[in-house]
Unconditional design. Structure first.
Length: 272
């Protein structure tokens, strides 16, 4: 494989090891500490790829810079690579400022697309149990894709709840003008709470990550503390929610997660 033929010595220092790239099939991310390093890595990748008959897709190739790096021109064989503020990778929008608003907007749109594709069924004369099961299995997954990695603020949670409540009202044939309390609407629809469900989704991922013992990047990154960088001014960024196997400081809890999972599920069900 091309990536294995390159002797990567670049990348970001993670606890003494270099994280230089991520890959899923032919979707590759290069990670560098500087623009010069990125330029060198990109040229080496393009050279090795061309030697085995592979060609880089220039239209889909983009780069992003963190705030600590100065803007620079990145090229491959004389062609400029476009700098972007965000990028869709493996179905999720990623950016350098830990801003989930763009991804939440995409998830809400995806939820409405899924809802509208089956709205005749959801608004039809089917029993409540069937209706809620269809919604929970078709619409919620579209809205919560990738939620295992989300760290939602209260405002972001409210955005999801508002979208779900609008769908509930559409299913039940009521409007805001009817001034029916949200609790009554939820009792009538029987839908899962989207915020509670987003927290439930994190438990399998957190438990799986906590049990990894093969020095995989997934676990290394989860426990990594960037000692070389100073925290920016202002409030600390939102971390993963404690109920999913992470402590308040963001580190993984003990690897004894089997019993903890049961307690977490019971706690989530009690709060839900």
């Amino acid at each position: 494989m091309v990536m294995n033929k390159i002797n990567w010595r670049s990348g970001v220092n993670i606890n003494g090891e270099r994280l230089s790239h991520l890959r899923f099939a032919d979707d590759i991310v290069l990670i560098a500490e500087s623009t010069n390093q990125l330029q060198s890595m990109l040229r080496r990748l393009d050279k090795k790829s061309s030697q085995v008959g592979l060609k880089m897709n220039r239209c889909k190739t983009k780069y992003m810079l963190s705030d600590v790096l100065r803007k620079a021109r990145i090229t491959v064989t004389g062609e400029d690579i476009e700098e972007v503020e965000q990028y869709i990778y493996l179905g999720q929008e990623v950016n350098m400022c830990q801003d989930l608003n763009g991804e939440l907007s995409r998830r809400i749109r995806a939820g409405w697309c899924a809802f509208n594709s089956i709205k005749d069924v959801l608004k039809g004369k089917i029993d409540k149990t069937t209706c809620k099961n269809i919604f929970n299995s078709a619409v919620l997954p579209a809205m919560l894709y990738g939620s295992e990695t989300w760290a939602l603020t209260k405002r972001e949670e409210q955005r999801l709840l508002v979208a779900e409540r609008a769908m509930e009202r559409a299913m039940l044939g009521i409007s805001l003008l009817d001034r029916i309390p949200n609790e009554i609407i939820r009792e009538c629809s029987g839908l899962k709470d989207i915020v509670v469900e987003s927290r439930h989704n994190k438990m399998p991922w957190a438990g799986h990550t906590a049990q990894l013992t093969d020095n995989r990047w997934t676990a290394i990154i989860a426990e990594w503390y960037p000692r070389e960088q100073k925290r920016p001014p202002g409030w600390p960024p939102r971390r993963k929610d404690p109920p999913v196997g992470l402590q308040e400081d963001g580190k993984m809890t003990s690897l004894n997660v089997s019993d903890e999972r049961k307690e977490e599920r019971q706690e989530c069900e009690k709060n839900g």
